[in-house]
Design a protein around this ligand. Structure first.
Ligand SMILES: O=C(O)c1cccc(C(=O)CC[C@H]2O[C@@H](n3cnc4c(=O)[nH]cnc43)[C@H](O)[C@@H]2O)c1
Length: 209
């Protein structure tokens, strides 16, 4: 299966690059955020053919029970607060008739490697602004509950994959809890280490298929 690994920053996948090269797995570094992800994938997928796209990166979790460095597959990803508001409530873009704010994983027909199946699923939101205030976090809880993670790319990745009609999965490693902003409690090195251990195993197992 010809596979493309998609990450926002090189830092997130640097430790896996030798294994990706060795197992002939391509990778794409898009830049951070939905705009950079959609543009970069749009450009690159026009020129090359793939059977599977894999988005990997770090993410924040709204679930206090999650441990930093734990890994999840994202099944469904929402573009957060994409729509309109009136003086009482938020109106999602879906209800306005201008498209969708929800994008999902799509598995290839051929079975995946064990590294994929061993990860638990979670749903995600994709944001332009990392949440860091009690009021903002309360609003996410009201709409999505605490068992949610957030990134700045996930839904855009699924969107671009869907536009190209390609199977796609997203794997995220928790670098921080989404809480009142306190960057000292983030552990990006731990999350990146766990992510790369998984990615190297995935590349090795996947190459054998
Ligand atoms: O604010 C800072 O000082 C700071 C320091 C290091 C990294 C950041 C980021 O915002 C990283 C954004 C990057 O990582 C993903 N990510 C990680 N945690 C979260 C989160 O809680 N909410 C949204 N995105 C997160 C994201 O996908 C970006 O690629 C800030």
């Amino acid at each position: 299966m010809k596979t493309l690994i998609v990450a926002a920053t090189e830092m997130e996948i640097a430790a896996s690059i030798p294994a990706l090269v060795e197992n002939r797995m391509d990778y794409l570094v898009t830049g951070v955020g939905m705009l950079a992800t959609a543009f970069s994938m749009g450009q690159n997928l026009r020129e090359r053919q793939f059977d599977l796209l894999v988005n990997v990166g770090i993410a924040g979790s709204f679930q206090a029970q999650h441990t930093l460095g734990s890994l999840f597959k994202v099944r469904k990803d929402h573009v957060y607060e994409f729509g309109a508001e009136n003086d009482r409530e938020f109106i999602p873009i879906d209800q306005m008739g201008f498209g969708s704010s929800i994008y999902s994983e799509r598995l290839p027909e051929r079975p995946m490697s064990a590294a994929f199946y061993q990860l638990p699923y979670i749903d995600g939101i994709t944001v332009n602004k990392v949440h860091g205030s009690e009021e903002g976090i309360r609003r996410v809880f009201e709409q999505h509950g605490p068992n949610t993670i957030e990134s700045m790319e996930g839904a855009a990745f699924f969107y671009a994959a869907q536009k190209h009609g390609l199977p796609c999965i997203q794997v995220r490693s928790i670098s921080n809890w989404v809480e009142k902003r306190n960057v000292e409690r983030w552990n990006i090195p731990l999350a990146i280490k766990a992510l790369n251990e998984w990615l190297i195993a995935f590349a090795q197992e996947h190459a054998q298929k």
